[in-house]
Ligand binder design. Structure first.
Ligand code: SAH
Length: 256
């Protein structure tokens, strides 16, 4: 039997944020390798590298050896065009909630053209709202409602299994219709938006409230294309320039 294109699995990364137990990192690497995934990213792990991680990885220590350790989730997602947060809890911060098979189909379609990510949370606290705000969707494993929290590595296993089944099940995926913006491009846009809103005095940097989180949720629902990010940033720059010009005129009038 010929297998589908392995490049698709190579473009799907597993990101573990703030993992407490190194054994879970090793077990996650093993779970990934059994399903043909290889790209493991760690964000600010408590302990890594570590002998417990190696022991739990068993024959998957090669994945640990090439694991990327990042300081922030934004760094781990900088070149991805799609990041799905994996969480047992429904949150209102991300609009769309997908089942594991739906998430797998989405990831595989996008993985044809760019890296994509599944983001897992800390063992005790799960994914923070800030971490979820960097994701464009949420995946929930439909577990026993009375006891729905899987061990971290077990959750990684379930998602990697679903990705593999979807990958095995069909040879071709619809091409993404647009040139999606990368995580880095989208983060730069949010930073620009925040600065511009402060300059326009729409946002008070002293008490920003949840405005930026709400705007992130709005844009996460749309999946921004590269071109759309450029247009939005052009509008922001024009508004900033108009505000600066009005301020100058005001100062000139005041001084005359
Ligand atoms: N107490 C935490 C659970 C953390 S379990 C919480 O309430 O969020 C560690 C990680 O495993 C989670 O952050 C999530 O990524 C994953 N996980 C565990 N159970 C899950 C489920 N039923 N659906 C989706 N992800 C799950």
């Amino acid at each position: 039997m010929t297998l589908p294109d392995p490049k698709l699995l190579a473009n799907i990364r597993v990101v573990l944020t703030r993992t407490s137990h190194p054994g879970n990192i090793g077990a996650a690497a093993r779970a990934m390798k059994t399903m043909g995934l290889s790209q493991l990213y760690l964000v600010d792990p408590a302990i890594f590298p570590n002998s417990q991680a190696d022991a739990m990885a068993s024959g998957a220590t090669d994945l640990l050896a090439q694991t990327r350790v990042c300081a922030t989730l934004a760094e781990a997602l900088a070149d991805t065009t799609l990041a799905l947060g994996v969480s047992a809890r429904r949150r209102d911060i991300v609009a769309e909630v997908l089942t594991p098979p739906e998430a797998s189909a989405r990831l595989l379609a996008d993985a044809q053209t760019a890296p994509v990510a599944l983001v897992f949370g800390n063992e005790t606290s799960g994914l923070s709202n800030e971490e979820l705000s960097l994701c464009q969707g949420l995946v929930t494993i439909p577990a026993n409602p009375d006891y729905s929290s899987l061990n971290l590595a077990a959750a990684v296993q379930v998602l990697c299994y679903e990705v593999r089944q979807a990958w095995l099940g069909r040879g071709s995926w619809p091409q993404p219709e647009m040139d999606a913006a990368s995580g880095d491009e989208v983060e730069k846009f949010y930073a620009h938006l925040e600065t511009a809103l402060a300059e326009l005095e729409f946002l008070n940097p002293g008490s920003p409230g949840k405005l930026m989180l709400k705007l992130r949720r709005l844009f996460a629902r749309t999946r921004l294309a590269k071109e759309e990010v450029n247009i939005l940033r052009g509008i922001l720059t024009a508004a900033q320039e108009a505000k600066a010009a009005a301020r100058q005129t005001g100062t000139a009038a005041h001084n005359s």
